[in-house]
Design a protein around this ligand. Structure first.
Ligand code: ZN
Length: 141
């Protein structure tokens, strides 16, 4: 398992150093934000909806703000939900949240790299921050 854990850490490090889908989204139709005072993380998630489908999604963090886990989670979240429906994204978030709070890593795809977060309760907010911001964006009237 040690090798697997190292692989998982390298994926998280890669996404935190080279975040995917970082920066403002042109023609965003909704946005949501999150702040984690425990760690200092802050994120804004913007979505462009096409009916009920997430046509595009990007995130921004203020310069110098955000720990590796929060940035990697935002990066991988955006990859994971693009093209999904609102309901699919909500369901994926539910599975992700269950996993990082100690539940099974069922049907979460690459997001399984965050399963180890369950061992560090203070990091759960870092890992879920972008997801909470996404949910706010998806459920803004
Ligand atoms: Zn953090």
């Amino acid at each position: 398992m040690a090798d697997l854990r190292e692989l998982y850490q390298s994926v998280i490090l890669d996404h935190s150093r080279s975040p995917r889908n970082s920066g403002p989204l042109a023609e965003a139709t909704a946005s949501g934000s999150g702040h984690n005072p425990m760690c200092g993380d802050a994120v804004v998630v913007q979505v462009r909806m096409d009916g009920d489908t997430i046509a595009d999604v990007r995130f921004t963090t203020p310069p110098g703000v955000g720990c590796a886990v929060s940035k990697a989670s935002a990066s991988m979240m955006t990859n994971a939900v693009r093209g999904k429906s609102r309901d699919e994204a909500d369901a994926l978030f539910a599975r992700f949240q269950r996993m990082v709070t100690g539940g099974p890593a069922d049907d979460v795809g690459h997001l399984a790299v965050f399963a180890g977060v369950a061992q560090f309760p203070v990091r759960v907010k870092c890992a879920t921050l972008a997801w909470h911001a996404l949910r706010a964006a998806l459920h803004t009237p």
